[in-house]
Ligand binder design. Structure first.
Ligand code: CU
Length: 672
């Protein structure tokens, strides 16, 4: 009895220590979360006096005086301070574009300052100081990137960008109404329509290009994998650039199918840009986003690029593909007719700091974004601000985004099609035979999504807060499960890839596998354990590793962090990265009769995993299009495997026991 009691006392003591540790750790997270929330709160206004500590910190922090807390001995902060003291930094209340070279340099100076902080206290001090002294756009970008990459900020949740800078995610009609609401002190909920009218066929798929979750995914992808990155090498970054954007293009084409539109055609430098675009969007500061009429001929953009430079870059890259090697700047060659080639090409085309020869291959993708963005005012005659194509937040609204990416996707395809098709030996895995895959009914519908516009409004200490929200329709789907019925010879860990591929083209004609394989949409990629005998693997749509669930709203993040700090509780909030296709868009839109897709499941050996624990740890469950932060991409096979290479003969895959395909239909239900 005595021993049992002593034992339980001991256990209690251990539990108390654990609890204290947990509270300390949790409170710490709560403090960090609260600081990030407050730094980003009402970003266009000075720090409000309801945050006195932060305001005080901003006034009194001495950035040059903390060299000991900087990994680089204060070099980065001294550099930025020199620029600030000399009055060389971009003013506040001015637009910011990452593609603007000088503005990017300034934002990256702050990223550098923040990533060199040894601890959270210095991080917040510096952030508070520069929040009041740098351009707001540069500041927000730097905070987002620094939090995404800083070791001690990994568990902090970034507030949804569409609630921090709503101007970049909504339209001017809604914002005008929000201003009126503030002026008249009347709370409001505003329905937001997609830009344009039904006279424009492209309008039918605006729900995809303007989905705020998808735009958020896109901008976060480019923050997790910045083209300017100078830190440790990021695994397969060039290939991931190809893959994440390839999946955007094939998903967009799938949306077009159910809306009776042909697939997107690519961009041609010497033909007019067929679709114009009127963004109906205002910068917070800097006026309206420029409009481009239909059938605009390309013009050289002063200070950016000439159209003949663009063609030249394309031809050098296509030359490399034809030769099967790229030229490095020292004259040596790198072979690209292999699995690694796509990574080299992705880096060269974007181009990122991993490009093997930027002075020769240029920056086809980044320059094309700028050239397209400036077509409304290519010579700067009207002093127009950058176009929607010059921001990752807004780019996909413009139909020319998908034309541009189709154009680059076709260049990647040219390379992939040069590689030999996989043989049955490459694809097979003898241990598992899939007998069937059963799946619930697949159906899509439109629903309303609400987000907060409060941050778009100017505010001051003596002005009352007014609730303003936007309601926006978005595509969603009914949750579903599927079961993979299999027979295994022995226990093993396996790699599983699940794809949905359109069966017919826009004319209802069945496509050959070698044609539609390039349109395969990855809806899941995961690892599981198979047991000897006949069993099944059950998987829920919620578990998909290509999507992320809805972001926690800024309001909720604020109240949870404040409450946790006040009561000294651990902060409990759904963490996870912000990169990831939005879960509501996991399935492409169906139609009344059901759009036919080929559901394909391919099981291979667990040896394809880059880590041994993938069957038990899903690492935030969003690696499909975003990899795992700071680690190797989990699937060692080429992204898009096995559909990334030509399949001249369907029998090669059809006869594989570990490969299963069947036709399913995606329905769309109105008035859900
Ligand atoms: Cu992109």
């Amino acid at each position: 009895m005595g021993t049992a009691r002593a034992g339980s006392m001991k256990w209690l003591a251990v539990a108390a220590v654990l609890l204290v540790a947990a509270v300390a750790e949790g409170a710490d997270l709560a403090h960090r979360q609260q600081a990030v929330n407050r730094l980003l709160y009402r970003i266009h206004s000075p720090i409000l006096s309801k945050f006195p500590e932060l305001k005080q910190l901003s006034n009194s922090f001495d950035p040059r005086g903390n060299a000991g807390s900087c990994k680089d001995g204060g070099n980065a902060v001294n550099h930025l301070m020199d620029e600030l003291d000399a009055g060389r930094l971009l003013e506040q209340h001015h637009w910011f574009s990452l593609f603007n070279t000088r503005q990017r340099e300034e934002a990256l100076m702050l990223v550098d300052v923040l990533l060199n902080c040894e601890n959270f206290e210095t991080f917040v001090g510096k952030a508070a100081f520069f929040r009041e002294r740098m351009n707001e756009g540069e500041f927000v970008y730097a905070i987002y990137v620094a939090v995404s990459h800083s070791d001690f900020m990994q568990d902090v949740v970034l507030p949804p960008l569409y609630e921090v800078t709503p101007h970049m995610f909504t339209n001017s009609e809604v914002l005008d109404r929000a201003y009126t609401a503030k002026m008249t002190q009347t709370p409001g909920e505003f329905h937001m329509d997609f830009t344009g009218s039904k006279k424009n066929k492209e309008q039918r798929v605006a729900y995809f290009g303007e989905d705020i979750g998808m735009n958020s995914h896109h901008v976060h992808w480019h923050m997790d994998f910045p083209f300017w990155w100078h830190g440790d090498e990021i695994d397969r970054k060039g290939e991931l650039f190809f893959w994440a954007h390839h999946q955007l293009t094939v998903r967009f084409d799938a949306e077009r199918l159910s809306n009776y539109l042909p697939p997107v055609d690519e961009l041609y430098w010497d033909r007019p840009i067929k679709e114009g675009f009127a963004p109906h969007t205002n910068y917070k500061y800097g006026g309206e986003f420029p409009t481009r009429p239909d059938n605009k001929n390309f013009e050289d953009v002063d200070g950016v690029a000439r159209i003949r430079d663009m063609k030249e870059m394309e031809s050098r890259i296509r030359d490399a593909i034809a030769h099967g090697y790229v030229d490095k700047s020292d004259g040596s060659h790198i072979d690209i007719d292999n699995n690694h080639g796509i990574d080299v090409l992705g880096a060269a085309i974007e181009s990122s700091t991993s490009s093997v020869n930027p002075s020769y291959y240029g920056a086809l993708h980044n320059q094309a974004h700028r050239v397209l963005g400036a077509q409304a005012d290519p010579h700067g005659k009207f002093n127009m601000p950058p176009g929607v194509m010059e921001h990752f937040e807004t780019a996909t609204r413009d139909p020319s985004f998908f034309r541009l990416h189709k154009y680059m996707d076709n260049i990647f395809k040219e390379h992939k099609d040069k590689l030999p098709p996989y043989t049955a030996d490459d694809l097979k895995y003898d241990n598992v035979e899939i007998s069937d895959v059963d799946i619930d009914e697949l159906s899509t519908f439109f629903e309303d999504f609400e987000f907060d516009l409060g941050n778009s409004l100017d505010t001051a200490d003596n002005v009352k807060h007014v609730d303003v929200h936007a309601h926006i329709p978005r595509l969603n789907h009914k949750p579903f499960h599927y079961n993979i019925h299999y027979h295994a010879d022995h226990d093993d860990t396996v790699s599983i890839r699940v794809y949905l591929t359109p069966v017919r083209d826009e004319n209802g004609i069945k496509m050959h596998i070698d044609e539609n394989r390039w349109h395969a949409i990855m809806i899941d990629n995961f690892w599981a354990e198979v047991k000897a005998g006949t069993h099944n693997i059950r998987r829920s749509s919620f578990d998909s590793s290509v999507t992320i669930q809805d972001r926690v709203s800024f309001e909720e993040l604020i109240s949870k962090a404040d409450e946790a700090v006040e009561n000294n509780h651990p902060l409990e909030v759904n963490s996870g990265r912000s990169c990831g296709h939005p879960h509501n868009l996991l399935l492409p839109k169906g139609n009344k009769e059901g759009v036919e897709f080929w559901l394909n499941v391919h099981v291979t050996s667990g040896d394809d995993a880059a880590r041994a624990d993938l069957h038990s740890n899903d690492y935030d469950g969003n690696h499909g299009y975003c990899g795992i932060h700071g680690k190797a991409y989990p699937d060692k096979r080429p992204m898009g495997y096995p559909f990334d290479r030509r399949i001249p003969d369907l029998r090669v895959v059809k006869n594989l026991p570990n490969f299963f395909g069947k036709t399913v239909r995606v329905y769309h239900k109105e008035g859900h």
